[in-house]
Write a protein that binds this ligand. Structure first.
Ligand SMILES: *Cc1c(COP(=O)(O)O)cnc(C)c1O
Length: 397
């Protein structure tokens, strides 16, 4: 294959790829650790991390070796047969979480679709025929497929695709009184991100989550945590719910679960997982050997001695530096940070700063219009954090 120049990649994309993304005018072709290079060989420091996907950074030797070896043995076989790497990854996820069983799929939206279907099925199996509604939070994000989009509490995501899937009701985030009102006899589950990501990095109040747990138990309703973005070590614990006293009945994962190889997972306790009996749900690619070999390499790295402590140390450094930045710049309205998931809410539009950072060789992201969001690889160094913060210090008013 002859390699295209950067301009050829941009032109061909404009001509042949559906224009669902407003892309920056670079094409990234290789990476190492937290650094990436474009097709013109320009270097960038990556604080987007593939949108919380490249948890181990780029070209991590353990991950590269695992998927290389698996690709040479078996990439795919279907779920008609047992799959060793799938069993091993499920075992690790179960051993390190509240869950007893795992269903594998290929993305966050798909993991949430599985969670939505399971919650509805559990209610049916318990004889509650008219119980199908799921209460989700305003400003939430659960994916772009029709039901996951409908679960998402943001009108701008629904616009143009109506009618949305029935059976979702939205409640304000961190508002227990409103949640109590939203949960009725028709509610089969409450679904919440322990840290809202796309919504602008808003952590759930631990007291809100524990009150939701109590509410769900009282009303015989399931509690679902969407940890697609905040899970897998992002907050300094393997799962974000570990910062609280609360465990869900169902949890969804994707993004960095296999460090960039597409994968999704829906975890549940045995009590609810039994409603997914043979023939009720499926995915052709779900849990395939290649993706699970990637997931296994990531999980083994994350749970190894000292790794998460290292993430916590680096996130304390990041927080200290961002607090100093906040003290110096009146344009910063609020800093919200959980581990290596940080949002700087500005009192001005954030997009121009993303462009200026790009020009200076830093990849950052902006969400909700005015929240600069940072999701660096978990292996980011203190020195790399310092370089970013110094650049922001020069750019922000
Ligand atoms: C990204 C995201 C999703 C959707 O994941 P996809 O893999 O893009 O389908 C769902 N929930 C949360 C919290 C996310 O951040």
């Amino acid at each position: 294959m002859t390699e295209m120049s950067q301009q050829e990649i941009l032109d061909t994309t404009a001509r042949c790829v559906m224009q669902t993304y407003a892309r920056y005018p670079i094409a990234l072709v290789r990476g190492e650790g937290c650094r990436v290079w474009d097709a013109a060989d320009r270097e960038y420091l990556d604080f987007v991390g593939g949108l919380a996907v490249n948890g181990l950074g780029h070209a991590h030797p353990t991950l590269v070796r695992a998927i290389r070896e698996q690709a040479g043995k078996l990439i795919h076989v279907s779920n008609l047969y047992h799959i060793g790497p799938q069993a091993a990854l499920a075992h690790l996820l179960v051993a390190h979480s509240f869950a007893d069983k795992v269903f594998f799929c290929n993305s966050g939206a798909e993991a949430n679709e599985a969670a939505i279907k399971l919650a509805r099925k559990v209610a049916k199996d318990r004889g509650k025929t008219d119980c199908y509604e799921i209460v989700t939070m305003r400003r939430s994000f659960h994916g772009r497929t029709l039901a996951a989009m409908s679960a998402t509490g943001q009108e701008k995501i629904h616009r143009g695709f109506e009618p949305i899937v029935p059976g979702f009701r939205y409640a304000p985030f961190n508002d227990l009184a409103a949640a109590k009102e939203a949960v009725t006899a028709t509610t089969c589950a409450v679904m919440v991100e322990p840290v809202q990501g796309e919504g602008g990095v808003h952590p759930a109040d631990p007291a809100f989550l524990s009150a939701l747990r109590e509410l769900c138990d009282q009303r015989g309703t399931l509690l679902i945590f969407d940890e697609v973005q905040c899970g897998m070590g992002r907050t300094g614990k393997l799962f974000a719910y570990e910062h609280t006293q609360t465990t869900p009945d169902i949890m969804t994962l994707a993004k960095s679960l296999a460090g960039g190889v597409p994968i999704g997972a829906m975890l549940a306790t045995d009590r609810v997982a039994e409603s997914f009996s043979p023939g009720t749900h499926a995915s052709t690619f779900g849990g395939n050997p290649l993706a699970c070999a990637g997931g296994l390499a990531v999980m083994e790295t994350l749970v190894a001695d000292g790794f998460l402590q290292g993430v916590q140390a680096r996130s304390r450094h990041f927080e200290t530096r961002l607090r100093e930045l906040q003290a110096r710049h009146s344009s910063i309205r609020e800093l919200r940070i959980r581990g290596l998931m940080a949002g700087l809410e500005l009192d001005v539009d954030g997009a121009p700063f993303v462009t200026r950072c790009l020009e200076r060789g830093f990849l950052i992201n902006c969400t909700m219009g005015n929240v600069l969001r940072f999701l660096p690889p978990l292996i980011v160094t203190d020195a790399e954090i310092d370089r970013l913060v110094e650049t922001l210090n020069e750019l922000l008013p």
